[in-house]
Design a protein around this ligand. Structure first.
Ligand code: ZN
Length: 191
């Protein structure tokens, strides 16, 4: 909560017009005048007196900082860690609908998991094409995970084509063809 009703502002050439239009009488550069708080420019760095809306302590922020900090939650917060934590909870709730950023991360992780091709489906795709997947389920984090597979009983010419199809679908980036490690589809084409 803003306590100051007025602030002492120094005259200068840049802000002279603003304050004169509000009815203040110019004296000279650098001279102080008392200005009603509602007339102070919103980007002013003048220090004002405020009361923390969380702990009740008095603090002295720059006026523009005080206003900026109200952008999402219209409450004033001192620099105490506990108060800042309380306010950031409220800000997160407002922006993301959760209190902590980590909750947001786990929510994102869950929805990512739901959108990606299920591991069982990946396994089945490989199996259908006579390819053996060597990676474990835990290696499969997302559709860009590097998966190892082993090619079985397929002529090289055919396997290239099949692997290219799978690559397109699941974006396997590391493939083991017999004894050779193939780093990407381009390498594979030259095997
Ligand atoms: Zn506080």
């Amino acid at each position: 909560m803003l306590i100051s009703k007025t602030a002492m502002i120094r005259w200068n050439g840049f802000t002279r017009k603003w304050y004169e239009e509000k009815g203040y009488k110019w004296t000279k550069v650098n001279e102080l005048f008392e200005c009603k708080i509602e007339d102070v420019q919103i980007n002013s760095t003048v220090k004002v007196e405020a009361k923390c809306d969380y702990c009740g302590e008095i603090f002295y922020p720059e006026y523009r900082r005080l206003l900026n900090a109200r952008e999402l939650i219209n409450k004033d917060c001192c620099s105490n860690r506990l108060c800042m934590g309380l306010k950031s909870k409220e800000v997160n709730l407002q922006i993301y609908g959760v209190e902590y950023y980590t909750q947001l991360e786990s929510f994102r992780e869950r929805s990512r998991k739901m959108q990606q091709t299920p591991f069982e489906k990946v396994l089945q795709d490989f199996k259908d094409k006579n390819l053996i997947l060597l990676s474990k389920e835990s290696d499969y984090q997302n559709d860009r995970s590097r998966l190892f597979l082993f090619v079985l009983y397929i002529k090289m010419l055919e396997s290239k084509k099949l692997i290219m199809q799978i690559l397109k679908r699941i974006k396997v980036v590391v493939i083991m063809v017999k004894e050779n490690y193939v780093r990407n589809p381009v390498d594979l084409m030259e095997v």
